[in-house]
Write a protein that binds this ligand. Structure first.
Ligand code: NAD
Length: 484
């Protein structure tokens, strides 16, 4: 049993009242670690440490190049620890080890990218000059499904720009970030620059996002939680970046490379057990290839090896929580009641009774009155819709409250431009799906959020403009009451 501690002001510590919570391995349903339940007092201590580090001591005196060096060191240490961090994330979240190990390794690339950007953040020269200043103390709130990655996309640019941070891990899978705190501790950041708290939305998340010394909130999570977060920031008026959910469409046209399109749909729905914000969970297929496409995705879904996420030959692990499983079962049942055709799946796999496993599921949906086409399921459930014309496909794609990702599979380059322009989403993938890179901004339209993570855009989210006026005349400033 691993008993983790909070990381505040470069010290590992218990919560102020000694409260803890257990965390469960989704592959077995058994408790394997415990984490402190941070209180309001703990959050206050972490934010004050971050505030002190922002204005006093070594951090504000470092050159941008020196900050970049620290981020580079963090990248190297994350690379060294990638295997271990990946296994911890798998044990805590159920995500496939092949994916978490690879993700821990490329998370280092995000830190490297921002290490390089740190000394390239610049203002402008007009009649005045401007500088880009760190916005201040950043609260970084992450969900359970990709904690290492979603932390990197926040604290990478935040630290490069000279901010200090308090990270709040998810209560559903806090262990990867608690291990990450041990890595951070070896980097040599001045005390208080990076802090980590674990706990629940109430009181920990609420106390952090409404704290008067927090200057910026970078939040990834669900839409309903985002509403609370935005309400919390009415207290400190901190600007908020929101990376929320999605119901992203994948459009498959008759002329598409068939195998490529099937791979895109399989990756977009069954990769990470579908627990991905960019899951392409509405697959829109043109009539000419529709039936063949459905047959093939069903064949592929049924061939997926489900099981222990730590095993090398497993292709799909469990869902992260019992609540996730219950909700997915309920929405699939409701969708079938509403007329959806269950092509495959729709139940737990045989012989895997202990963890929270669910079979890859393909639903045929006549229209978007079916619930599975409307709500984010965060599970391995693909809803397939048929279309005839490009205009129809675009209309279905845009008929959603979300706007995070979209996939277009076609060989027609003019159509690529038309459809990519017409779809309201923050990311469009053409003849590929779920690709990410440190250089590529990431974020959504509508209820998928606001603001952008990654790329140079993220630096703008964590800096604010300072305008400097200098009197260059040989005369002293004139009397304001003498109008000339
Ligand atoms: P969630 O919204 O339940 O929780 C996210 C975080 O918010 C957790 O750390 C939680 O403790 C915290 N929280 C809860 N109540 C709070 C409050 N009142 N104040 C402040 N913080 C509070 O999300 P989840 O179920 O853990 O994650 C799944 C969601 O995350 C999905 O909707 C998914 O689409 C989204 N997501 C989005 C992206 C993206 O980049 N767009 C990436 C991954 C996940």
């Amino acid at each position: 049993m691993n008993d983790y501690q909070l990381y505040i002001d470069s010290e590992f510590c218990e919560s102020s009242d000694g409260g803890r919570f257990d965390t469960v391995n989704p592959a077995t349903g058994e408790v394997w670690a415990s984490a402190p339940a941070a209180t309001e007092a703990d959050v206050d201590r972490a934010v004050r440490a971050a505030r002190r580090a922002l204005v006093e001591g070594e951090w504000p005196t470092l050159t941008a190049t020196q900050r970049g060096r620290l981020l580079s060191r963090l990248a190297d240490l994350v690379t060294d620890a990638a295997h271990h961090l990946g296994e911890v994330e798998t044990t805590d979240s159920g995500k496939l080890a092949a994916e978490t190990r690879a993700q821990s390794a490329y998370v280092a690339d995000y830190y490297r990218y921002y290490a390089g950007l740190a000394d390239k953040i610049q203002g402008d020269t007009l009649h005045v000059f401007t500088t880009r200043e760190p916005v201040g103390v950043v609260a970084a709130i992450v969900p359970w499904n990709a904690e290492m990655f979603l932390t990197a996309t926040k604290i990478g640019p935040a630290l490069a720009a000279g901010n200090t941070v308090v990270i709040k891990a998810s209560e559903e899978a806090p262990a990867p970030l608690l291990e990450f705190a041990r890595v951070v501790d070896q980097v040599g950041f001045p005390p208080g620059v990076v802090n980590l708290v674990t706990g629940f939305g109430e009181p920990c998340g609420r106390a952090l996002t409404s704290h008067p010394m927090v200057d910026k909130v970078a939040f990834t999570g669900g839409v309903d939680t985002a509403r609370h977060v935005v309400a919390n920031t009415a207290h400190n008026l901190a600007p908020v970046t929101l990376e929320l959910g999605g119901k992203s469409p994948i459009l498959v046209f008759d002329d598409a490379d068939f195998d490529g399109a099937v791979n895109g749909a399989v990756a977009g729905n069954f990769g990470a057990s579908g627990q991905s914000c960019v899951a392409g969970s509405r697959v829109l297929v043109q009539s000419g290839v529709h039936d063949r496409f459905v047959d093939e995705v069903v064949r592929r879904a049924e061939a997926i090896r489900i099981g222990d996420p730590l095993a090398d030959d497993t292709q799909m692990g469990p869902l992260a929580t019992q609540a996730q499983l219950d909700r997915i079962e309920a929405v699939v049942a409701e969708s079938i009641d509403q007329g959806a055709t269950l092509h495959t799946g729709g139940c737990r796999p045989e012989g895997l009774d202990a963890g929270w496993y669910y079979r890859p599921t393909v639903l045929g949906c006549a229209d978007q009155d079916v619930r599975s086409t409307r709500v984010e399921l965060f599970g391995p459930v693909m809803s397939v819709l048929r279309f005839d014309t490009e205009d129809e496909a675009v209309a279905i794609a845009n008929d959603t409250e979300f706007g995070l990702g979209a996939g277009i599979f076609t060989r027609d380059v003019s159509r690529v431009h038309r459809v990519a322009g017409a779809i309201r989403s923050g990311i469009v993938w053409v003849n590929t799906y779920r690709a990410i890179s440190p250089i590529a901004p990431f974020g959504g339209f509508g209820n998928s959020g606001s603001g952008r993570e990654a790329g140079v855009d993220a630096i703008h989210e964590f800096t604010t403009t300072k305008t400097v006026w200098i009197n260059t005349s040989t005369e002293p400033m004139s009397n304001p009451f003498t109008i000339r």
